[in-house]
Ligand binder design. Structure first.
Ligand code: SF4
Length: 288
């Protein structure tokens, strides 16, 4: 059995930055830090941060210290509410996500109908919708565009000026497909589409195609809740047998009985040590 690790694995820039910032503040010990929901979609890392003192709450009324804005961003109404209550706000929104928020604000100011393509339940999409005054049309990247038309939102996108952005971590092909469906269906006079999928996400998706020429199966490392991990896993599944795990202890020997070469990829909220521990666990399987 041969193991090939993708070129780009481990934390992305935005996750690394958010975790570094939070760790430094926790270690300084000058304040209690609260995150509205998990800081990143990785249970192992969250456990470590909670041990260091980070508190995860689901309701702003439970914040008794400083509020961390996660790398996905936060709905502007919640930021406003925290500031009104004199809660210190520590912003770790990834700069790439911030740039999408800026584009949404621009579209609103310029009177475009805003369409966001992404997972409607993802916090990044919720925050983006907030920057569009909660009036954006959200299209799930996994669906086709019909629900938007069937639920009467068609009248809204009969608008002459339509602007489209995506969640930063969706599958590039899904974004392209929905944009083309939309254009065919509504053909507005002005159709402004922003290329808002993050470069790191794109690079990792491209690696799937490259690696699939060399491997017999894929092992994708990350959480099921992580949008970019799921996008990677779905791409891998289309090309080779693929398995998604969060920790090396979840590896099942029978998955790789006949695999000559296994490709390891990771989502952007998976730490490097999980990648290394997984490669070691696979190497042990080989020797047993
Ligand atoms: S995946 Fe991209 S946009 Fe998301 S946090 Fe990482 S660097 Fe930022």
């Amino acid at each position: 059995m041969k193991i090939v690790i993708a070129e780009d694995t481990g934390f992305c820039y935005g996750v690394q930055r958010a975790i570094g910032l939070v760790k430094r503040r926790l270690e300084a010990g000058k304040e209690e830090l609260y995150s509205l929901g998990p800081l990143i979609h990785n249970r192992l890392v969250m456990k470590e941060l909670e041990k260091k003192g980070l508190k995860i709450v689901d309701n702003p009324s439970r914040i008794k210290g400083s509020l961390i804005i996660r790398s996905h961003g936060l709905h502007p109404a919640l930021i406003e509410e925290a500031r009104r209550k004199k809660i210190r706000v520590i912003d770790t929104t990834c700069p790439f996500v911030k740039s999408v928020q800026k584009r949404v604000k621009y579209l609103v100011i310029m009177n475009y109908e805003v369409i966001i393509i992404g997972n409607p339940n993802h916090p990044e999409v919720g925050a983006l919708a907030g920057f569009a005054r909660d009036e954006a049309i959200i299209i799930d990247q996994k669906s086709n565009i019909n629900p938007v038309f069937n639920t009467g939102q068609i009248s809204k996108i009969g608008a002459k000026k339509v602007g489209v952005v995506s969640q930063t971590t969706i599958n590039v092909k899904d974004y392209q497909r929905i944009i083309s469906e939309l254009y065919k269906k509504i053909g507005p006079e002005e159709f402004l589409v922003f290329n808002t999928i993050c470069e790191i996400t794109k690079k990792r998706q491209k690696e799937v195609a490259k690696l699939s020429r060399r491997v017999d199966s894929f092992l994708v490392l990350g959480s099921k809740e992580s949008s970019n991990t799921r996008a990677l896993y779905e791409l891998c599944k289309k090309r080779r047998p693929a398995f998604l795990i969060e920790t090396p202890s979840q590896i099942k020997e029978e998955w790789f009985k006949t695999a000559g070469t296994i490709g390891i990829l990771s989502g952007t909220s998976t730490p490097d040590w999980v990648v290394k521990a997984t490669a070691d666990a696979l190497a042990r399987l080989k020797n047993e």
